[in-house]
Write a protein that binds this ligand. Structure first.
Ligand code: CA
Length: 681
């Protein structure tokens, strides 16, 4: 996962000021790499029963509602990525146990049912002066330290080699500095030797490595390579080294975006075609990005049944609160008013994890679930300035300013703290959240009396001039996932409601229900003559396609984060030059004579040369058009065509024409929110 950093201009200015002043005072002390030999006596890695720290019985007394998942194998992987712990501790973070006493966080994890620790490994996350890029300073020495502690508490280690000097993910697979310019043969040898030597370091210290990932989210690019013919050698080299050093360990290859139609089948067939030796087809699954659990089940089942591979969710997480605690904006949580399957509460987080575990247990060949960075919490609670100093000095933020020399476009611009502190399983005070116990309780069930945990938001769309009528009850989300209607008192007067309906706009009304704050999001719109204007029916209702080219993917897609409003939008993608071409349009009948306006929105990228425009046809003749441009992810462009003269009996067709030459990774785009309204000036 990459940390999408969203910050205010103020933070950016402060960052620049501090970066400049830090540079003026000379670089901060580089983090000292740990050089001391291992001292902790490792537990016997061959002991099949594991350590006494891992409870073989239910944790009693928890008020966390957890519905039992049947048939969880004893050795099912309950993993936690804890890669940033060492940098967190260096920054002064203290972790506590459930009794409130300071305790090794790895012991707390083991006692809560975690049996695997995952750690990412970067080749050389330091600049020429030895300054750390941050993100936990995760080189092999950090992994060694984490591995020793995981082993001490009876947990296995999952080593996640990125084969990069910093974050590797679907958007970024930068080659390590030392390997830049190598031929594929040289790089293959270097990767083999690096993997072998790194694993030997862990082995000599007695670290119980159970699984090794050869690459991280290698969606068609890996270690600077972009074609499978080259990538195969690198996968093979990594796998070979694992087999030699840790013959009992599983070899995993890791991908992201299971929601991308057919992509996993492609990756698995490439690995098969090139005879890559691996055991586990591992997937990221972030519920707010990666489609439904039903889809995940389908794609991973197909991998298991076609290729006989084990499968798992190797990264997932969910928010326990919408609040940010480290003064660095978070990936999810802020803004509210998004459709979500689970509330952003401790219970919602636990239920989300529980449902993912249930899903993987029921997939043939499903061996485990690993939570991502549940221990990455704020390094301080006072100010951004104080935290920034620690992120820079100890590498406990997602990136330090020093990362700019390696990754100028992303880390170099947006370096800072943690974007997932609200998805941790420890609070900002270092105390474990009750949700951490889900890894134990899910094996036994803990069906305590359900209680109201959160309220569902009310989403209301009202035509201009019509009464805004708020509901008398709202749904409480119960801890067992059920819904229960409770009476609500809205903090709004009749006059205020009348004022809302007088003009186009968005309003938030708050209220109180069952002692919690209720929220109603009211959108007042002009009457829209189009049907399925935001694709929320989940299909093509109302819409047709004309002048179709050869795009590889075109469909109505469910993804909140890629929709302008609601959960659905129209999606297209293609890797072939000049293949994206279509008209997406809707024909409306029965309008009264008058003046109308039409608008529609699009975002996209990698499109190369484009010809995109919104258009209006009367009786099949093009009468008006308005150009649109696509730039990059999240940048929506809206075209509005005004002054459309319409006479009763005519046929009016409105739509969007899309034509892209495409470049690099292939043209892609998202279309949403079409509106045909009266144009009253
Ligand atoms: Ca944050």
């Amino acid at each position: 996962m990459k940390n999408y950093q969203i910050r205010g201009i103020l933070c950016l200015i402060l960052a620049l000021v501090l970066a400049v002043s830090a540079a003026a005072c000379g670089p901060a002390d580089p983090t000292e790499p740990p050089t001391a030999p291992p001292t902790d006596p490792p537990t016997d890695p061959t002991d099949p029963t594991g350590s006494s720290y891992i409870p073989d019985a239910k944790i009693e007394g928890s008020d966390l509602y957890v519905k039992k998942v049947d048939n969880i194998p004893h050795d099912f992987i309950m993993g936690m990525d804890a890669s940033s712990v060492i940098a967190e501790e260096a920054s002064g973070v203290k972790y506590y146990n459930f009794e409130g006493q300071e305790q090794d966080v790895f012991q707390t994890l083991a006692e809560s049912g975690i049996n695997y620790i995952r750690v990412r490994v970067w080749n050389d996350p330091y600049d020429a002066q030895g300054n750390s890029y941050g993100g936990g300073n995760c080189d092999i020495r950090t992994a060694l330290e984490i591995g020793k502690r995981a082993t001490k508490y009876g947990m296995k280690l999952l080593v996640d080699f990125h084969y990069s000097d910093f974050w590797a993910d679907p958007g970024k697979q930068m080659v390590p500095k030392a390997w830049a310019g190598m031929t594929i043969e040289e790089k293959t040898q270097a990767l083999y030797e690096y993997t072998r030597d790194s694993l030997n370091l862990l082995k000599e210290a007695g670290v119980d490595v159970g699984m090794v990932q050869v690459g991280n989210e290698t969606n068609g690019t890996f270690c600077g390579e972009r074609i499978w013919f080259n990538m195969q050698y690198l996968f093979q080299a990594g796998s070979k080294a694992v087999r030699e050093v840790y013959p009992e360990a599983l070899v995993a290859i890791h991908f992201a975006n299971p929601e991308k139609d057919g992509s996993y089948d492609t990756y698995a067939s490439k690995l098969d075609y090139y005879h890559v030796d691996y055991d586990v087809f591992a997937s990221s699954y972030y519920p707010y990005w990666h489609g439904t659990l039903e889809n995940l089940t389908q794609v991973l089942t197909r991998i298991n049944q076609t290729y006989g591979k084990k499968v798992m969710v190797v990264e997932t997480s969910y928010a326990y609160t919408p609040e940010d605690t480290d003064f660095n904006g978070n990936t999810i949580g802020e803004g509210g008013a998004v459709t979500k399957n689970y509330p952003y509460t401790v219970h919602g987080q636990a239920t989300c994890v529980r449902d993912i575990i249930e899903t993987v247990v029921n997939i043939p060949g499903g061996i485990g679930v690993c939570y991502w960075e549940g221990t990455w919490i704020t390094v301080g609670r006072n100010s951004w300035e104080e935290n920034h100093e620690k992120w820079e000095k100890f590498g406990s933020g997602w990136a330090s300013s020093w990362a700019a020399s390696y990754d100028p476009e992303d880390a170099g611009k947006y370096y800072g703290g943690c974007a997932v502190d609200n998805q941790a399983m420890f609070g900002p005070d270092g105390k474990p959240l009750e949700s951490l116990r889900v890894f134990n309780l899910v094996r036994y069930g803990n069906e305590v009396t359900p209680k109201a945990d959160a309220l569902e938001d009310v989403m209301l769309t009202v035509d201009i001039g019509k009464d805004v009528v708020l509901p008398e009850t709202v749904n409480a989300i119960m801890t067992d996932g059920s819904r229960s209607a409770v009476p609500v008192t809205w903090n709004v007067t009749a006059e205020e409601l009348a004022a809302m309906s007088a003009g186009v706009g968005k309003h938030t009304v708050t209220g109180v229900a069952d002692g919690m704050e209720a929220k109603a999001f009211v959108t007042v719109i002009e009457f829209n003559y189009l049907v399925n204007d935001s694709f929320e029916t989940g299909d093509m209702t109302g819409w047709i396609l004309e002048n179709l080219g050869q795009a590889e993917e075109m469909y109505v897609e469910e993804k909140v984060t890629d929709s302008l409003t609601g959960s659905w939008h129209y999606h297209f993608w293609s890797s072939k030059t000049d293949s994206v071409k279509f008209d997406l349009e809707q024909t409306v009948e029965g309008l009264s004579s008058g003046t109308y306006k039409f608008s529609i929105s699009i975002m996209g990228g990698d499109c190369g040369e484009t010809n995109i425009y919104a258009y209006v046809k009367i009786n099949g003749e093009l009468v008006k058009a308005e150009p649109l441009t696509v730039t990059s992810y999240g940048n929506w462009d809206t075209a509005t065509i005004r002054g459309i003269e319409y006479h009763e009996g005519d046929t009016i067709t409105v739509g969007i024409h899309v034509q892209c030459r495409g470049e690099g990774n292939g043209a892609w785009g998202k279309i949403d929110d079409a509106m045909l309204n009266s144009d009253n000036g």
